[in-house]
Design a protein around this ligand. Structure first.
Ligand SMILES: Cc1cc2nc3c(=O)[nH]c(=O)nc-3n(C[C@H](O)[C@H](O)[C@H](O)COP(=O)(O)OP(=O)(O)OC[C@H]3O[C@@H](n4cnc5c(N)ncnc54)[C@H](O)[C@@H]3O)c2cc1C
Length: 411
C-alpha cells in the first residue's frame, strides 16, 4: 500500500524497490501469512517515470531460470506474467568465425523449457501492482534513503520524500539499492571490483524469421553477443539483444542511427534469423564484477546487485539474487517463529551460510565464462574451440552446462 508518511518504527525496512527488493517483499509477505511484521519499502524512482531511469524496470529483458520461475510461481506472480514470457527451448552457443558450436535443447534435458525471457518493464508492472495492493507492506515512493546508521537497537534511516525529511528506526534493514550504492559506501562496506573494460549495448530487435524459441549466445572478438527470444507483437519477430563491446566501441555505436548500426549487427550475428529489420532504442551498461566484502552486519543484510553484480553473459545475476531472496525469507520467517530478533547476527549469519557456496560458484562460473569468451588470446581460443566441441560431443558436459544455465545445479 502506497503511503505518504512513514511510521517512526518498522520491524523491517527495505531500501530499494527494484526487481530484487520488490521480489523479496512479495515473498516475505507470502511466507509470513498471518504473522505480524511491519514492513516499509523505500523506492527512489516512481514507476510512472521514464523507464530508462529505473535500472530494474528499464528496456532490458531477463532470462529467468526454471528455478526463478518456480520462485515466482510460489509467490503467485508467474501467472500474471505468463502471456509476456517467451520460453527458451534451445540454446545455441557458437564462436564467431570458428568451428564448434553447442546446441542444448529441452528434449535432451527432459524439461518443459531451459529458461524464460521476460521484459523487465513488464516484471516491474507486476511487482509494483503487488506492492500497491498489499495491506501489510508500506511503500514510500518516490523517496530516497539518504543515510543509514547503526544504533543500539537496530538501524536508523533518514528519508527524503518530496520536501519532507523523516527519520525511521528499524530492527532490520535490507539493502537492495543496486550496484552503485551510496548507502553502502557511507556504511563503510567495501567492494571488490574487477572491471571488464566492456559495455553491454542492449536493444530490442526485429528479425525476418521467427526465433522458434531459440536463444543465441555468440562469442565474438569484442565479447559475447546474445539474442534472447521475445514474444512477438503485431506479428513482429522480436528478440532482445545484449551486445558486449569495448568501451570505445559502445560509445561510438550508441551514437549511430538504426541504418548505420543494422549492417554492423547483421555482420556480427549472421543470418540465422534472416535479415534484421529493426533495432529499437539502444542503451549502454558498463560491466564489472562487484562483490560486497560484507553481506551482513547486525541489523543489516545486502541483497541483489549491491551484494554481487555479475557480467550478464551467463544470465545469472537476477537468478542468483532470487535464490538469495528465497533463502533470506526462509531464515527470517523461521527466526520470527522462534521468537528471535530479525537483526540478530546469528540469524543473519545463517542466511550467509545458506548462500555462500551458491554465490561463490555462480560468481566464479560467470567470471570464468566472461574471461574465456572475451579473449583473443590463442590459448583461450583453442580452449574455447575444444570446449565447445567437447560439450557438443559429451552429453554429461552438456547436461552440466544446461543445469547451471537453468539454475538447477547444486555444485
Ligand atoms: C544488460 C544486462 C542484462 C542482464 N540480463 C540478465 C539475465 O538475463 N538474467 C539474470 O538473471 N540477470 C541479468 N542481469 C542482471 C540483473 O539485471 C540484475 O541482477 C538485477 O537488475 C538486480 O536488481 P536489483 O534490484 O538488485 O538492483 P537495481 O535494478 O539497480 O535496483 C535498485 C533499486 O533501488 C533503488 N534505489 C537505489 N538507491 C536508493 C536509495 N538510496 N533510496 C531508495 N531507493 C533506492 C533504485 O531506484 C532501484 O529501483 C542483466 C544485467 C544487465 C546489465
Amino acid at each position: 500500500m502506497q503511503i505518504s508518511e512513514p511510521d517512526n518504527f518498522y520491524d523491517l525496512v527495505i531500501v530499494g524497490g527494484g526487481i530484487v527488493g520488490a521480489s523479496f517483499c512479495c515473498a516475505l509477505e507470502q511466507e509470513l501469512g498471518e504473522t505480524p511484521l511491519s514492513i516499509l519499502v523505500v523506492e527512489a524512482i516512481s514507476p510512472n517515470t521514464n523507464s530508462a531511469r529505473q535500472s530494474s524496470f528499464d528496456a532490458k529483458s531477463t532470462a529467468l531460470s526454471f528455478g526463478s520461475r518456480k520462485f515466482l510461481e510460489g509467490i503467485d506472480l508467474w501467472q500474471a506474467l505468463d502471456d509476456a514470457v517467451s520460453a527458451i527451448h534451445e540454446i545455441q552457443v557458437s564462436d564467431r568465425g570458428r568451428l564448434g558450436s553447442v546446441k542444448i535443447n529441452r528434449d535432451e534435458q527432459d524439461v518443459e523449457a531451459l529458461g524464460y525471457v521476460v521484459e523487465n518493464k513488464r516484471l516491474g508492472q507486476v511487482l509494483n501492482a503487488r506492492l500497491n495492493e498489499s495491506k501489510k507492506i508500506n511503500l514510500l515512493c518516490p523517496a530516497l534513503v539518504s543515510c543509514v546508521k547503526a544504533t543500539e537497537k537496530g538501524m536508523q534511516l533518514d528519508l527524503n520524500h518530496g520536501d519532507t525529511e523523516t527519520r525511521v528506526d528499524a530492527s532490520l534493514v535490507v539493502l537492495a539499492d543496486g550496484g552503485k550504492s551510496p548507502v553502502c559506501e557511507q556504511l563503510g562496506i567495501a567492494q571488490s571490483v574487477e572491471r571488464y573494460d566492456q559495455h553491454a549495448l542492449i536493444a530490442n530487435i526485429v528479425f525476418e524469421k521467427p526465433h522458434q524459441h531459440v536463444a543465441f549466445e555468440r562469442f565474438t572478438d569484442t565479447g559475447p553477443l546474445a539474442v534472447l527470444p521475445l514474444e512477438s507483437i503485431d506479428g513482429k519477430n522480436r528478440g532482445s539483444l545484449v551486445w558486449t563491446l569495448s568501451v570505445e566501441q559502445a560509445a561510438q555505436y550508441r551514437e549511430l542511427n538504426e541504418e548505420e548500426l543494422l549492417p554492423l549487427l547483421q555482420e556480427r550475428f549472421g543470418y540465422k534469423l534472416g535479415k534484421i529489420l529493426e533495432i529499437g532504442e539502444t542503451f549502454v551498461y558498463p560491466l564489472s564484477l562487484c562483490i560486497a566484502k560484507e553481506q551482513v552486519r547486525p541489523s543489516l543484510a545486502l541483497l541483489g546487485n549491491v551484494a554481487h553484480t555479475l557480467h550478464p553473459v551467463a544470465g545469472q545475476g537476477l537468478n542468483l539474487a532470487l535464490r538469495d531472496t528465497r533463502a533470506l525469507v526462509d531464515v527470517l520467517v523461521n527466526a520470527k517463529q522462534q521468537g528471535l530478533g530479525l537483526g540478530e547476527m546469528n540469524v543473519l549469519l545463517e542466511y550467509v551460510a545458506c548462500q555462500e557456496a551458491d554465490q561463490a560458484t555462480t560468481t566464479q562460473f560467470t567470471h570464468n565464462i566472461t574471461k574465456l569468451f572475451s579473449s583473443n588470446n590463442e590459448a583461450k581460443v583453442w580452449l574455447r574451440k575444444f570446449g565447445l566441441v567437447a560439450i557438443e560431443l559429451l552429453p554429461t558436459l552438456r547436461r552440466g552446462l544446461a543445469e547451471r544455465a537453468m539454475g538447477l545445479s547444486k555444485s
